[in-house]
Every structure is written in C-alpha cells, then in structure tokens.
Design a protein around this ligand. Structure first.
Ligand code: C2E
Ligand code: CA
Ligand code: CA
Length: 590
C-alpha cells in the first residue's frame, strides 16, 4: 500500500491537537478522518476501516483503552494498526495500552518527525505482512487447487474441471448433429478390494485402472475421477452413437481383464452409463445425472446402457407402483387367476396353478411381471402371497360346494415367504378355518430352487414341516440357472416343473427335446412327477405325452383365467365340450 493511499483516523478530544495532526497528515498526502470522542471514533473506524488509527487515551465517555478493546474484538477491525497519543509518559499506561494490543505509543508533545516516523514504520510493517500473507495465500491456493481439481492418486482432474472441459468440447462441435457423449463408469467392488490393499497398492490399482482407460481414449477425450469409484469421460472424438458404442466396447474389454496388484488378483465389475449432448440433455448436470442413471440400469456385471427416457419412465412407474401396492393390499386389488393342469395320460384336469393379478383402478389388470419384483424388493410379497393363499382356500371351498371334486391348486411361494419363521404354522392357521386341512392333495406349493440351494439342511426342515401338513411340494422353473439334480434327492419334494423355455419348440429343437427327455427320465427314477409348463402347440403336447410327462400346462389348454371362467372351463372340459381341443388331441381320453 502506498502511504498516500492510506486513510488515517485521528481520535482526539482536544480540538487544537486534533486539527493540528489532521493538517499535518493531509499535508503528507494521507486521507484523514477525525473523531472528537471515543464513541464517534469507534463508529467511524467500524464504518470506514481506516488503515491506521491515532487515538488519545484520556477522553470523556469512552477512553482510548475502551476504543482499542472494542476494535480488537471485531474481526474486521482487529488488525487495524493502532497508535496511542498521550500526554503521559507513564510506563504503566504504556504497558496497559500494549497489553490491549496497541502497536505503538507517541507521547505528547511530539514533533512532526516523531509522529510521521511512527506512522510510516507501522504502515511499512503492515505492508510487508500483507505481502507475506499474499504470497502464502497464493501458495496455499495453488495447493488447494491441486487438491480440489486433481485426484491425488491418479492425478486425474476431478469434477471441478469438468464444466470447463464440457464447455470447451461443446464449443468445438462442427455441426449440430455431432454428439458429445458423457460416460459414467462405476466400479463396483472397488471399496471392498481396497480394504485388503495397502495404501501403495491402492494407488497402483487406481493408476492401473486409469492407465487402461486412457489407453482407449483419444487426446481430445477427457477423463475425470468424480469420486473414488466413479470415472467420468467426456467423449469428444466419437461423434455418433455408433462411434460412442465402439468406444464403450473397447473400454469394457480392457477394463474387464483381471488386475494383478501385488499378490492380489481381481476382475472388477463395472457399469457404464452414457448420455449424449444435446439429445438427452443440454446442461452438464442433467447429462451427468442421466449417465449415472443409465449406469444404474445396467443389469449385467460388465456392460453399458445408453440413457433412454423410457428407462426413466419405467423407473418412475415403479416408484408409483410401490405406493400403489400397499394400497392394493388394503383395498383388495389383488385377484387370483387359474390356469388348468392337464393329466398327460388321461387328459383330465387334475388341478390348476393360481397366478396373482393386480386390478389397478387406473392402469387396468397388471401382470405379475409388473409388480412381483417390486413386491419382492419391498417385502410386500409376503402379505400378498398369503392373500393369494387365502383366496385359493375360499375358491376351493366354493367349487367344493358347487360339487367339484377336490382339485390340487398350486400356489407360488416367494423366497421371502419361504424364509418366514413358522411358515408351516402360518399356513396351517390359514387353511384350518376353511376346513381344508382334511382334504388330501388340496394344495401344492411351487418353490424356486433359489429358495433351496442357499441352505439345503434348513430348506429340508421347512419342506418337511410343510409336507407334514399334507402339502405337495413342487420345484418351479426347473432347468434354469444352476441346474444340479443332486439336491432333488435330498429334499422332500414331489413335483418338478420344467421351465417353459425348454418346452418351447421342444419338438423341433433337438437340444430342448433331449433336455426334457432326460429330466423326465431322471425325475421318474427319483419318483417325482413332472409338469411341463408353457405348452402352446399340439406338437409340444404330443412330444411330452410320448415322454410320459405327468402333467401339461399352457396356453394350448387355457390361459390363466378368473375363478368363474376356470369353473366353467372345468365343466366344459370334463363334458368334452372344448371342441377344438378334443379334435386336436384325439389321444387324450377325456
Ligand atoms: P411362473 O410360476 O413360471 O408361472 C407361469 C407363467 O407362465 C405365468 O405367467 C403363466 O401365465 C405363463 N404361462 C402359462 N402358460 C403359458 C404358455 O403357454 N405360454 C406362455 N408364453 N406363458 C405361459 P404369469 O401369470 O404372468 O406369472 C409370472 C410369474 O409371476 C410366475 O411365473 C410366478 O413366478 C410369479 N407369480 C405369479 N403369481 C404369483 C404369486 O401368487 N406369488 C408369487 N410369489 N409369485 C407369483
Ligand atoms: Ca409357478
Ligand atoms: Ca415357471
């Protein structure tokens, strides 16, 4: 600061001294403020932040010590250089003043030289302190810049430089058709993996991941580390969806290779989501959010998804459905449809599968695929499942009253229900008021193998308790996923339902044909009944019949239908009044 620029406040109650000093300082080129007592001096200091204050000690109302004390308490005035002016050369006075934080002391009477020297010494000191602080701040700022803008492990720029790069990239587009792809890459197990690594190995891992990513990117593509396990790429070189897609393929290929760090070797799973400027959004925040959203929609371990508003709508729909499902339970929107099962030998209806539907007041009849996953995720499947069971009991009773022989109704049991404590007791309590406990073969429970393989001994216990109630147990969707037949022997199950993907076209697809053939043979050896589901054509039905499949279920016979329609179907079928079918299936002795 140049001395001429400095503003000096003079607080002095003696008018002649005050004016004398003011004149002297004005002559020297300072800007001068004056106050005739402590209170107004303090006020002027607080409002104007002078560069230096000259202040008398002895003043009425508020003395110099009071002014100094008040200034030192406020952050915006605490550092203003403060020089006492006093007639007293008393040492104790000086000490009191210094203790309060005065910078200097000038004893009246003083010469012009004394005063100016004190002032310029003070201002010079402040000046050098400011320079020092400026330098220090600049160095700190640089350090912070590095910390804020670059990741310490990878050295990659982080989110703060993203906007700059994005704006630059958008500005360099040659035509409005050119896309800028924003890719969000999330590494799934990074946190777990890092727990077993040393800090040095951790850095190595990040460096290796970064190196691999870089190897697939062009100079113009920018790579950012957003937070620890999320990379963001602004793709500048690819300009079309197809080009972006080939970049993604390349990235996934290098990223999917196992990584060796020290003795540790891992193959990391990663999800990539992509949004495109300007098609998906024009603002950076929106694009990043949409790329992240797309990544969250990736269902496989190592894969990518482009953002699509369709996804978003589906997701919103799901959220709404979550709310709806609780309401559905309260208001009984759930219905049970029945799909008959036909005896493979006799062609008689031996039972039916109960399949839940949700009659939504606005959306209409919802199939299970729309709401079962949500019900599973929220746990609502448990009360829904028991509602279905209850309805099946009521319907059974109705058919019984109408004179139908007991039918074995199969009800799907969700894994979550299966794991309920006291499952058998809950089901027994549900059945007994309907007087159903005495009927043999009235209920079959369809269980997917995912319920069973997690803990076979426990599953065995649960199944046994259910079997003791007289319930038939079926393994649903057999053949899909983990397909070991061994556990069949260990468990008290009675029925295996071959999944429809094996039934579809089994007469023309030799692979399906031979799978179904060997499953049926094996099950029969183990004394298990086999149900084929999803039978759609006469050829499939014949093929299954020839393999001695015990029961057939599928659209060929009937779609799942409401209770009353099922009852009517039963009557028609039993009276051989389903004309097309009796012609199509002359082999069936209906
Ligand atoms: P799932 O247990 O495999 O049920 C068979 C599915 O195949 C049913 O679909 C049925 O309508 C369909 N289907 C039957 N025959 C044919 C056919 O010939 N061709 C074709 N393409 N499909 C056929 P739905 O009713 O949509 O049920 C889907 C799934 O929802 C069921 O698969 C089951 O896993 C679940 N689900 C249904 N009701 C319940 C329930 O009350 N509780 C639980 N936990 N899950 C249920
Ligand atoms: Ca089923
Ligand atoms: Ca199935």
């Amino acid at each position: 600061m140049n001395q001429v620029d400095a503003t000096i406040l003079v607080i002095e109650d003696d008018e002649s001294i005050r004016e004398n000093i003011a004149e002297m300082l004005t002559d020297e080129g300072f800007a001068v403020l004056v106050a005739e007592n402590g209170i107004s001096g303090l006020k002027i200091a607080q409002e104007n932040h002078p560069n230096l204050i000259l202040c008398d000690i002895m003043m009425p109302q508020l003395d110099g010590y009071g002014v100094l004390t008040a200034l030192r308490k406020k952050p915006d005035t605490e550092l203003i250089p403060f020089i006492f002016l006093t007639a007293r050369a008393d040492r104790t006075d000086q000490r009191t003043g210094m203790k309060l934080g005065a910078d200097d002391y000038v004893t009246k009477p003083f010469s012009r030289g004394d005063l100016l020297e004190a002032i310029s010494t003070r201002l010079a000191k402040v000046n050098s302190q400011e320079q020092y602080i400026d330098g220090k701040v600049a160095r700190e700022r640089e350090k912070l810049e590095q910390i804020y803008h670059y990741d310490p492990d990878s050295g990659l720029p982080n989110r703060f430089l993203l906007r700059q790069k994005f704006n630059e990239t958008v500005a360099t587009r040659n035509t409005s058709e050119e896309l800028v792809g924003i890719l969000s890459l999330q590494i799934l197990q990074l946190r777990q993996v890092e727990m077993v690594l040393s800090p040095k190995e951790r850095q190595e891992l990040i460096l290796e991941l970064t190196r691999r990513l870089r190897s697939q990117l062009g100079e113009e593509d920018a790579l950012f580390l957003m937070n620890h396990d999320r990379y963001l790429i602004i793709a500048n070189i690819p300009k079309t969806r197809a080009e972006i897609q080939s970049l993604l393929e390349l990235i996934l290929e290098v990223m999917a290779k196992p990584i060796q760090i020290g003795t540790f070797r891992a193959r990391l799973s990663m999800l990539m989501g992509i949004s495109c400027f300007p098609e998906d959004d024009v603002c950076l925040e929106g694009l990043v959010e949409k790329a992240d959203f797309a990544a969250s929609q990736v269902s496989q371990e190592i894969a990518y998804e482009f953002y699509s508003s369709h996804h978003r709508e589906q997701n919103l729909e799901q959220l709404v459905l979550e709310d709806d499902l609780s309401q559905a339970l309260e208001e009984s929107w759930f219905q049970v449809f029945y799909q008959p099962k036909i005896d493979g030998n006799t062609g008689a209806i031996v039972g039916a599968e109960a399949l839940v539907r949700c009659q939504h007041p606005q959306k209409g009849l919802l199939p299970p695929a729309k709401f079962i996953p949500i019900a599973e995720a929220t746990g609502l499947i448990v009360p829904i499942g028991f509602k279905v069971l209850e309805r099946v009991c009521q319907d059974q009773k109705r058919w019984n009253n109408l004179g139908l022989p007991p039918l074995k109704i199969a009800v799907n049991l969700s894994p979550l229900q299966f794991r309920q404590a006291n499952l058998a007791q809950t089901i027994a309590n549900l059945l007994s008021p309907h007087g159903l406990m005495v009927l043999p073969n009235f209920l079959e429970l369809e269980i997917t193998k995912s319920c069973l393989i997690a803990n076979i001994p426990r599953a065995c216990e649960i199944l046994t308790s259910l079997a003791n109630l007289g319930i038939t147990l079926a393994i649903d969707d057999f053949g899909t996923g983990y397909s070991s037949l061994e556990y069949l022997q260990a468990l008290p199950v009675n029925v295996v339902k071959i999944d429809q993907c094996f039934v579809r076209g089994l007469d023309t697809n030799p692979k399906n044909g031979s799978i179904v053939k060997s499953v049926i043979q094996l099950c029969h050896e183990l004394n298990l009944r086999v149900v084929a589901e999803g039978v759609e054509t006469v050829a499939e039905a014949r093929f299954l019949q020839n393999l001695s499949c015990d029961e057939l279920q599928g659209y060929l016979f009937s779609r799942p239908v409401p209770e009353r329609e099922f009852y009517q179907f039963y009557l028609d079928w039993t009276a051989s009044e389903v004309p097309e079918l009796s012609q199509l299936l002359p082999d069936f002795v209906v």
